[in-house]
Design a protein around this ligand. Structure first.
Ligand SMILES: *Cc1c(COP(=O)(O)O)cnc(C)c1O
Length: 464
């Protein structure tokens, strides 16, 4: 029987407001209007407590790659809970789900990323990376190599360490972060920041900020560069083609590690198993989570190269780990998720069929009067809303006003689309069909039309 099954929506909302503090939420505002209660989901569709159906353009939070309602994952969890619901991997012990999942990840990961340190999500995996990388350099006799270089507007999670690695100004303004020895360079966000440069020239310029930053800090102090192959939470910012080859060159020529945060881009999101393959990146460490289990159970990991893992392995005890590292139920669910991704050729379909189909439809959105650019990588995409396409202007009303209006109209049209400032973003389940893509585009266009009318009516189509 579903939990609180017969409780009316207003009672559920009141109880939620009374006791549940939501993440990334103005909780008093939300309590005033009441949270939308999602009760059920199948495929790409969500149902709320009033029976409304919504197309989930965000795969939950970028994670439900195989779609909702897969019986096989429920059975994998059920069987594993009966067999061995929990055991740790600290006491010189292991268990079959941990062994099988680590092997499977090593098979799928590019290059020689063969060694898996499990976490419960992406944030704690990035915390692991901070400790792993600094310990690695200390073991190599270079304990002064402690600085991480990241990017403004990067998202690497929400723990103290991960939020410090991230470049989100609003997060840094609360709680005394970043921690010391994290530095930032600019993001390859051409539309908003490229001015009169071509995208390719701008991509090169932003990549070379890494080289300048290494020179400024001193190569002897820099431990690693961390980046998302395609920025997700920052607004689905697809870098110019020139960007990643130049970043790779700089990492190769200097003695620093390259960490690819693949929490969103992993497990098919960009049309390959990993974004590193789509963008031809050779990371020393990869952060994974989200699509690893399609969100059915919490699990993440840091995946390290032979070199990094070898040094750590030989270096005595690494004093680090989580009670739920390699949780057997999560690992069993992840294994079944990876089996489905492969057996049902879901990633190949994204690469060859539904991805190109969505790309073609998505590009047409750029013809809408409100849309400045429409960009996509596999099954993650964004548009920039603007009051003036020609000058790529921001709204005078300030970032997020138009985006929030548009987000609310999307919900009214039956589409979950998120806004990041005035960028509208999607990352639907990878199993979305052509017909569902048509529905997504129709609903998005209807929301854009309504947003434009509202902005005009309220005098908000002014450029900043
Ligand atoms: C979501 C996300 C994280 C954080 O993962 P959690 O599981 O929420 O801790 C880290 N990096 C990226 C790129 C993400 O999108």
């Amino acid at each position: 029987m579903p939990i609180l099954h017969n409780m009316p929506t207003s009672d559920l909302q009141a109880l939620d407001a009374a006791h549940h503090l939501h993440p990334f939420t103005h909780n008093a505002d939300l309590a005033g209007k009441g949270a939308r209660v999602i009760t059920r989901a199948r495929g790409v569709m969500l149902t709320d407590s009033d029976g409304n159906e919504l197309l989930d353009g965000m795969a939950g939070l970028w994670c439900c790659n195989i779609g909702y309602g897969r019986d096989e994952l429920a059975r994998a969890a059920h069987e594993q809970m009966l067999e061995l619901p929990y055991y740790n991997t600290f006491f010189q012990t292991t268990h079959p789900p941990a062994i099988a999942l680590a092997r499977r990840i090593a098979e799928l990961a590019p290059g020689d990323l063969k060694h898996v340190f499990f976490s419960t999500g992406g944030s704690d995996a990035n915390d692991t990376n901070i400790r792993l990388v600094r310990h690695y350099w200390a073991l190599k006799g270079k304990p002064e190599k402690t600085v991480f270089i990241s990017r403004h507007n990067a998202y690497h999670g929400s723990t103290v360490g991960a939020a410090s690695l991230g470049g989100m100004a609003a997060m840094h303004a609360q709680g005394g972060i970043p921690i010391p020895d994290i530095e930032y360079i600019g993001q390859p966000a051409w539309w908003a920041e490229g001015g009169g440069m071509s995208p390719e020239a701008f991509g090169l310029m932003r990549a070379r900020e890494l080289e300048a930053k290494i020179a400024e800090i001193g190569e002897g102090r820099v431990a690693a560069f961390i980046a998302e192959p395609v920025q997700g939470a920052g607004g689905v910012i697809v870098p110019p083609e020139s960007y990643w080859p130049e970043i790779q060159r700089i990492c190769d020529e200097h003695e620093i590690l390259l960490i690819a945060d693949e929490v969103i881009t992993g497990f098919g999101r960009t049309g390959n198993w990993f974004g590193a393959q789509t963008w031809n990146i050779r990371p020393d460490i990869m952060t994974i989570a989200k699509g690893l289990s399609s969100g059915y159970a919490p699990i993440g990991a840091s995946v390290a190269s032979e070199e990094v893992a070898g040094v750590i392995a030989e270096g005595g005890e690494f004093f680090h780990g989580y009670t739920y590292s390699a949780h057997p139920v999560s690992a069993a669910v992840a294994l079944e998720n990876l089996r489905i991704l492969e057996d049902e050729r879901i990633i190949a379909r994204v690469a060859e069929d539904t991805g190109p189909y969505l790309a073609q439809k998505w590009a047409t959105l750029a013809e809408h009067p409100l849309v400045g650019e429409a960009v996509i990588s596999g099954m993650m995409a964004s548009v920039a809303l603007t009051p003036d396409k020609a000058s790529r202007a921001a709204f005078a009303a300030g970032p997020g006003t138009a985006g929030l209006i548009c987000r609310d109209f999307c919900f009214e049209e039956g589409l979950v689309m998120r806004h990041v400032g005035d960028r509208m973003i999607i990352a639907p389940p990878l199993v979305i069909s052509r017909a569902e893509i048509d529905m997504l585009i129709e609903r998005a266009l209807a929301a854009f039309d309504r947003t434009e009318s509202r902005l005009r009516a309220e005098g908000l189509m002014e450029a900043a």
